[in-house]
Ligand binder design. Sequence first.
Ligand SMILES: CCCCCCCCCC(=O)SCCNC(=O)CCNC(=O)[C@H](O)C(C)(C)COP(=O)(O)OP(=O)(O)OC[C@H]1O[C@@H](n2cnc3c(N)ncnc32)[C@H](O)[C@@H]1OP(=O)(O)O
Length: 258
Amino acid sequence: MTHESHRVQMARSLGRLLKGFQSLTSLPAMRAQRSHPSACVPCRTTVALPSLFSFKPRDFSLPNSSWSSEMMRLYDHYNSQCEVEAERGETRGGPWQRLPSYNRSLKYATGGVYLSKIIQSRARLFTRNIREPGAAFEYVLFVNKEEQRCVCIFQAGHLLEGPPGHVHGGAIATMIDNVTGTHATVLSGPVMTANLNINYRSPVPLGSTVLIESSLDTKEGRKTFISCKVTSTDGSKLHTEATALFLSINVSHLLRGG
Ligand SMILES: CCCCCCCCCC(=O)SCCNC(=O)CCNC(=O)[C@H](O)C(C)(C)COP(=O)(O)OP(=O)(O)OC[C@H]1O[C@@H](n2cnc3c(N)ncnc32)[C@H](O)[C@@H]1OP(=O)(O)O
């Protein structure tokens, strides 16, 4: 295979992946479970993935033993609104939908024209690359298509320490980029972060569970503007505020090296 045709093939694969991700919210098979799922992956969460995986990937957005009771309470709160009762005891989609989360996007990572096959095969999503449950980023995202907003329940593990006993500002920024970037992808398809402004208002205690809420401000051509805030779970304390600009991209942009 020539260098150019390899690049085109990878661009197509990534395009399919992002399209699949964007359409998750309209696929009934991706509905979250009503009751507590166990730590194992329910089969139906994998069916909407593009057929790029040769194995059954772990869905990291499902509960595991490290999740605090507050994390579980909020998970149940949003998960219970993913399906609602319809007529004759049947169910239909509710206002919220859980987004599954995997630790790699493609069998071979993109951007990879500069990378060796070894690095490509070992590439992992930054926020999902620590194996020990609860050690770093534990989170689950729910999207509300009608209200064009997203909520992320985030439990910050001990490896994310910055100031003593509190979460590193870079870890908070990572999660804000992650949540707003995922939200922008759902809204607009393939995007990249062009601008991220963050105001840190009060420190986030290490080990605590917080809410990261993202809402669409406006869309103008290729630009998707999003606002975000990080608060305590009861909403009484504002930890962080942010605004972000995402630009829609042609996926071949990534393969050209940006
Ligand atoms: C499914 C998986 C979900 C995973 C979620 C994780 C999300 C993580 C997201 C990321 O972290 S992405 C990684 C961090 N971002 C980057 O590395 C992006 C690096 N920058 C670029 O690649 C390019 O600068 C970019 C694609 C963002 C824009 O380049 P373009 O050549 O496409 O756009 P161009 O420079 O022509 O600008 C287009 C418009 O946007 C405006 N613009 C561009 N950059 C801007 C900026 N930084 N601030 C404000 N406006 C900006 C620009 O002025 C112009 O406005 P007008 O059309 O009105 O004239």
